[in-house]
Write a protein that binds this ligand. Sequence first.
Ligand SMILES: Nc1nc2c(ncn2[C@@H]2O[C@H](COP(=O)(O)OP(=O)(O)O)[C@@H](O)[C@H]2O)c(=O)[nH]1
Ligand SMILES: [Mg+2]
Length: 188
Amino acid sequence: MKAEFVLSANKPEHFPADGLPEVAFFGRSNVGKSSLINAITGQTGLAFTSNTPGRTQSINFYRIDDSFYFVDLPGYGYARVPLASKQEWARLIESYLKERKTLEMSFLILDARRGWMDKDLDLKDWLESNNHPFRVVASKIDKLNQSEQSRSMKDIRKYAEPLLFSAVTGRGVREIWQAISKTNPPQK
Ligand SMILES: Nc1nc2c(ncn2[C@@H]2O[C@H](COP(=O)(O)OP(=O)(O)O)[C@@H](O)[C@H]2O)c(=O)[nH]1
Ligand SMILES: [Mg+2]
């Protein structure tokens, strides 16, 4: 598979204009969005990962097989970010969601250890009420033992059926590609 970084946008005017379909990855800072993109493309280091939450403040576009984009969105709702930049962030995500006609499929990524946070539920409600196809991913599943996994799944299933994922073990990579291949244009 060919996967290449294309651009990093901090305003809508910078989003790609070639009209290729997009698969977007949403979630709070540090849930593992960038690690997931690296894991499913098999390219460590494609998406920038960080131990410092809130570092990625722009929207990163990666082109897959010259036919669609993966879009790595900045994590929402991280407390240590100053209010002004939080608002800028919210505006950027909002304009992406509202104006992006090419958005075909979204993944809402939750940390399996934490489950749903308010902002996750807000986003899920928005995606549903605007008829945007999406799947929920429970990430970092390797960090939970069997009984913790069951408890976490029970909790997450109150609102959606999650795909279980680990960037460390590769669990869930195939299921994510299956979900992508079921959406309109994006394929693999
Ligand atoms: N154990 C484990 N750690 C993970 C996993 N995914 C991400 N991480 C770690 O969590 C931190 C944040 O990951 P990152 O991909 O940068 O999160 P992002 O802010 O959502 O893009 C990094 O230290 C990653 O190594 C996972 O599936 N399992
Ligand atoms: Mg990231």
